[in-house]
Design a protein around this ligand. Structure first.
Ligand code: ADP
Ligand code: ZN
Ligand code: ZN
Length: 834
C-alpha cells in the first residue's frame, strides 16, 4: 500500500502530494487524515496523508517508506482533507497551510503517546478470548504504560489487535505532551469501595476530629470520588483533615487526569425551549424541514436586534440532535459574548464544547479531543471552529454573519462563512447566516440577484419585530458641530449629558460606545500640526495611557511620549482625540460618584476579564459600561435603557469602501442593546456628519433604506457584491525594485488575461468587462517594518477564473521572491484593504 503525503514545507515546489510506501507494521494506522513522519531529502518532516492507494507509478525501490504515524487516531477526517484542498484552490495558499490551520496548535507541539490498560473494563476482560494476545496484554499490564512505538516494535504483527483494543476501550491512550501541554491532574479523594467501613471509622474518631467526621459523613452520603479542592470548598475544611484520613488509610488520595474544561466550575441552569413567537415559528419551519430532510440549504436570517434569533438557533440545533446529527455555531469573538456560551450550555449542557480564543493551548486541545472522540454534539466557537472534526454535520450557524472577524487575515486567508457553506454542501447540511445587518454579499445572494454560483439559492428569512412587541428604541442624532457653535466643548452633547443624568436618577444603566479604531489617539503638535509617526512604517504612533509611551500597531516599535515638538519645539504636543480613559475621566468629573466599567484592550488583556466586567455590570455594580466595539455585541441586559455613541465618525473615515457598511452595522448593533426588556430604551448618536446615509438609516432602524443607497454606490464603483476582488500586495526593501516589479506583475496578469480571452476593462468598450485591474499603487500603509508596499486590486465578475491567472502570475515571480526577498501576498475577497 502507498500513501500520498503533503509535507510540511510551505513552498511552491512542495505544494503537491508525494508518494510513500506504507510499511506493513503501519498498515492499520495510516489513513487519510493521518499525520506521519517521512524522510524528505536530508530531513525528516511531518506530513498529512491525503490519499491511500495500491499502485504507485514510481519504481517501487525508489519509494521511501513512511517512518511513523504521529497520532493513533487521524486528527483530520477525509472530508476535512478534501476541504483543505478546496481552501488552497480558492484562497490561493499552499495545501499544507490549509491542513495545518485545521488542527489545534497543541498537536503541533512535541508529545509522546502512552498506552495503558483500562481499569474500567475489568469485568469484561473475560470476554477477550484470544490466547495468542495474552502475551501482549500481559506485557502492557506488567509495564503499566508503554509507548506505542515500543509496543509495535515488540509485537509488530499485532497492529490490528492493538487498534481493536483501543477502539473498544480496553486500552487507553494518553498523550504525554512536553512543554505547556501536560495533561491536567487533580488531587482526588476516593472513598473505600466498602462504604460500611466508613460508618465504623466515624465511631472511632474523637469528638475533636469534627472536620474529619464531616468528611466521612459526606463520602458516606455521596460515595463518589471528589476533587480535594471541591470538597474543601463544599465543607469548608482544610486539606490537613483530609490528609490525616488518608494517612490512616481510610480514604485514598490520588492524582487523576481531568479535562481542562474552562467552564467546569460553572453551573449553567438548564433552560427549556421557549414557545416561539409567530415570526420565530415562521422562520423555524423551513429550517427544520431542511435539517430533517438532510438537504443542503443556506438560510439568511435577517432579524432585527432583540427579535429572538438565538432561540431559533437553539431549537434548530435541537432538531439536529434529534436526528443524531451535529451542529457548529460560529460567533465573531467568543470571549466577547459569554452570554451566548451560557445560553448554549444552558440548553445542551455537556453536549457542548467551546472553542475559545482565550483558552490555553491545552484547554483548546481538550475541547477539540471531546469533539473528535464524539463526546459532544455541538461546538460553539470563533472562526476556526468551522473545522471541528465532526462527521455527521447537520447544521452550521453563523451568528452576526456580517462581522469582518470571520475573515482570517493571515494565510490561509479564508472566510469562515464561505468555508462553512462549502463544508455544509459537502455534508448535505444546512447553514443559517444570522444578522440584524446582513453583509451586502449575503443579502444580495438571498434576493436572488447575486453573482451566479452554486450557492446563489440562499433563502431569505425575516424577523422584523422584537420579541413581545417591544419597540425599537428611538435614536437621536446629535450634530456635534452645533454643540461647538453653542459653546459646548465637552465630549458629551447636552442631550446625552441630560440622558445620563436621568438614568443615574432612575437607577437604570447606560452603555457608551467609543470606537477607537480610526483616528483617536495619535500625538499631534497643536502649534505646527506635526504628528509622531513610526520610523519603520508609514503610520502614526498610538498613545498608550498605561505605559505613557507611543507604540506602532504594525511593528511594535515604541518610544516615550515627547515633551516638546521635534519639529518646532513647541510644548503643545499631546495626544489627540478621545480615548476611553479620557471619557472615563470626564464622566467622573461631570457626575461625581458615577460607577463606570471601562472595557477596552487595556482592561481586558487578562483571561476571563470580559466575563468579569460583564458580570459586574449585569449585577448592577456599575451605572455605565464604557467601551470600544466590544460593548456593541450580543449583550442582553434588562436594565440598559440608554446607549450613547460618542463619535460615530471614527469608522466612517476609514479608507475602505466598506466604511459606510461598517458604520451602519456598528450603530445598529449598539443601538440594539437598549430597551431589550420591559423598560423602554433610547439612543444618542453624536457625529460631525449627521446627514450621512449610514447614520440616517441606522437611526431609523431602516436596513432597506441603507442597503438601497449602498448597493447603488457599490454598483457605480464596481465593488462587491457586484464584483469580486483579489488584492495583491507586493513588498520589498528597495522602492525602485518594488515599483518595477509591481508594474511587471500587472503586465503579466494582463497578458495572461488576454491569452485566456477575458474581456478587460478599457474605459470605452461596449462589452461588459469581466476584469479590471487597478494599480499598481502604493498601499494605504505604504511601508511596514522597513518594507515598502505596493498593491494592485483585481475586480472581476464571479464567473471569470481570475484566481488561476493570479496563481500563474505569482508563480512567475517565484525566483525573485526567493533570491531577492520579494514578498507577494494574495488576498481573495479581502475584508481589509490596507
Ligand atoms: P437577538 O439575538 O435576535 O438580538 P435574542 O435572541 O437575544 O435576540 O432575544 C432577545 C430576548 O428575547 C432575549 O432575552 C430572549 O430570551 C427573549 N426571547 C426570545 N424568544 C422568545 C420567546 N419566544 N418568548 C419570550 N422571550 C423570548
Ligand atoms: Zn510643532
Ligand atoms: Zn512600525
Amino acid at each position: 500500500m502507498f500513501a500520498k503525503v503533503i509535507v510540511d514545507v510551505p513552498a511552491k515546489q512542495t505544494n503537491r502530494p508525494f508518494d510513500y510506501k506504507i510499511p506493513d507494521v503501519l498498515l492499520e494506522w495510516v489513513e487519510v487524515g493521518s499525520r506521519v513522519a517521512v524522510s524528505f531529502g536530508p530531513r525528516t518532516l511531518q506530513g498529512f496523508v491525503v490519499e491511500v492507494f495500491e499502485q504507485s507509478d514510481y519504481e517501487a525501490s525508489k519509494i521511501k517508506s513512511i517512518e511513523h504515524v504521529l497520532d493513533l487516531e487521524p486528527p483530520l477526517t477525509p472530508e476535512l482533507v478534501e476541504l483543505a484542498h478546496w481552501i488552497s484552490e480558492t484562497y490561493l495558499c499552499h495545501e499544507i497551510t490549509a491542513l495545518q490551520v485545521m488542527i489545534p496548535g497543541a498537536l503541533k507541539a512535541k508529545y509522546e503517546r502512552q498506552l495503558s490498560w483500562s481499569p474500567l473494563r475489568e469485568e469484561e476482560e473475560a470476554l477477550l478470548s484470544f490466547p495468542e494476545q495474552n502475551q501482549l496484554i500481559a506485557h502492557i499490564k506488567n509495564k503499566g504504560s508503554v509507548t506505542f512505538e515500543a509496543l509495535l516494535a515488540i509485537f509488530p504483527e499485532q497492529g490490528p489487535w492493538i487498534k481493536q483494543l483501543l477502539r473498544t476501550g480496553f486500552l487507553i491512550e494518553s498523550q504525554i505532551v512536553k512543554d505547556r501541554m501536560a495533561k491536567k491532574k487533580v488531587l482526588t479523594i476516593f472513598p473505600p469501595t466498602d462504604l460500611s467501613q466508613l460508618a465504623s471509622q466515624m465511631e472511632q474518631l474523637s469528638d475533636k476530629a469534627k472536620r474529619q467526621k464531616e468528611i466521612l459523613q459526606f463520602l458516606l452520603e455521596n460515595s463518589q470520588p471528589i476533587p480535594l479542592t471541591e470538597l474543601m470548598l463544599k465543607l469548608d475544611v482544610g486539606a490537613s483533615a483530609v490528609k490525616s484520613l488518608a494517612d490512616k488509610g481510610w480514604v485514598e488520595l490520588k492524582e487523576i487526569e481531568v479535562y481542562r474544561d474552562p467552564y467546569a466550575n460553572r453551573s449553567f441552569p438548564r433552560t427549556q425551549p421557549l414557545l416561539f413567537t409567530e415570526e420565530q415559528q415562521q422562520v423555524f419551519n423551513p429550517i427544520s424541514e431542511a435539517v430533517r430532510a438532510s438537504r443542503h440549504q443556506v438560510f439568511l436570517l435577517h432579524g432585527v436586534t432583540g427579535s429572538g434569533k438565538t432561540e431559533v438557533y437553539l431549537q434548530s440545533i435541537q432538531q439536529c440532535l434529534d436526528q443524531d446529527k451535529e451542529a457548529i455555531v460560529l460567533v465573531p469573538e467568543i470571549s466577547l459574548t459569554p452570554q451566548m456560551v451560557e445560553r448554549f450550555k444552558g440548553r445542551f449542557g455537556d453536549k457542548v464544547a467551546v472553542l475559545h480564543s482565550r483558552l490555553s493551548q491545552g484547554e483548546r486541545y481538550d475541547e477539540w479531543r471531546k469533539i473528535s472522540l464524539k463526546q459532544v454534539m455541538v461546538v460553539i466557537g470563533a472562526r476556526s471552529a468551522v473545522f471541528a472534526p465532526f462527521t455527521k454535520l447537520g447544521l452550521i450557524i453563523i451568528d452576526e454573519e456580517h462581522e469582518a472577524s470571520y475573515k482570517q487575515e493571515e494565510s490561509p486567508k479564508y472566510h469562515a462563512r464561505d468555508v462553512a457553506i462549502e463544508r455544509a454542501r459537502r455534508q448535505n447540511a444546512s447553514v443559517i447566516l444570522g444578522s440584524a445587518t446582513p453583509s451586502l454579499e449575503s443579502y444580495y445572494q438571498a434576493i436572488g440577484t447575486g453573482i451566479p454560483n452554486e450557492d446563489s439559492n440562499y433563502k431569505l428569512l425575516t424577523m422584523a419585530e422584537r420579541v413581545q412587541g417591544r419597540p425599537m428604541p428611538p435614536v437621536h442624532i446629535v450634530d456635534m458641530r452645533e454643540e461647538l457653535k453653542e459653546g459646548n466643548r465637552s465630549m458629551f452633547s447636552r442631550g446625552l449629558y441630560k440622558a445620563i443624568e436621568e438614568r443615574l436618577n432612575k437607577k437604570e444603566q447606560t452603555v457608551l460606545l467609543l470606537n477607537r479604531r480610526g483616528y483617536s489617539t495619535f500625538v499631534m503638535c497643536r502649534t505646527c500640526g506635526y504628528t509622531v509617526g513610526c520610523p519603520h512604517c508609514d503610520i502614526s504612533l498610538t498613545y498608550h495611557q498605561n505605559s505613557k509611551r507611543l507604540r506602532c500597531h504594525y511593528c511594535g516599535y515604541t518610544e516615550p511620549q515627547p515633551h516638546e515638538c521635534p519639529s518646532c519645539k513647541s510644548e503643545h504636543i499631546r495626544y489627540f482625540g478621545t480615548g476611553t480613559q479620557k471619557v472615563e475621566d470626564e464622566l467622573s468629573k461631570l457626575f461625581p460618584g458615577i460607577r463606570v466599567i471601562r472595557m477596552d484592550v487595556d482592561t481586558t488583556t487578562e483571561k476571563g476579564s470580559h466575563e468579569k466586567w460583564l458580570n459586574l455590570f449585569r449585577d448592577r455594580k456599575a451605572d455605565v459600561l464604557l467601551g470600544t466595539q466590544m460593548v456593541a455585541k450580543g449583550l442582553d441586559f434588562p436594565d440598559v435603557t440608554l446607549v450613547g455613541v460618542i463619535a460615530a465618525d471614527t469608522v466612517l473615515n476609514l479608507p475602505d469602501f466598506r466604511a459606510g457598511e461598517r458604520t451602519f452595522q456598528l450603530l445598529t448593533q449598539v443601538a440594539g442593546r437598549a430597551g431589550r426588556h420591559q423598560l423602554p430604551g433610547e439612543v444618542f448618536i453624536q457625529t460631525y456628519t449627521p446627514e450621512h446615509y449610514s447614520i440616517q438609516s441606522a437611526s431609523q432602524h431602516d436596513y432597506h433604506a441603507f442597503i438601497d443607497t449602498e448597493l447603488d454606490l457599490r454598483h457605480s464603483r464596481g465593488y462587491p457584491p457586484y464584483y469580486r476582488l483579489i488584492l495583491v500586495t507586493l513588498s520589498h526593501e528597495q522602492l525602485a525594485l518594488l515599483v518595477r516589479t509591481a508594474e511587471s506583475y500587472v503586465s503579466r496578469i494582463k497578458e495572461l488575461a488576454r491569452e485566456a480571452g477575458i474581456i478587460m476593462y478599457t474605459g470605452n468598450s461596449n462589452q461588459v468587462p469581466e476584469l479590471d485591474i487597478m494599480g499598481p499603487v502604493a498601499s494605504p500603509i505604504p511601508r511596514i517594518k522597513d518594507r515598502y508596499r505596493f498593491q494592485c486590486m483585481l475586480k472581476y465578475r464571479g464567473e471569470a477564473h481570475i484566481s488561476n491567472l493570479v496563481r500563474k502570475a505569482t508563480a512567475f515571480f517565484d525566483d525573485l521572491c526567493r533570491q531577492q526577498n520579494l514578498q507577494i501576498s494574495v488576498d481573495v475577497d479581502p475584508q481589509l484593504l490596507q
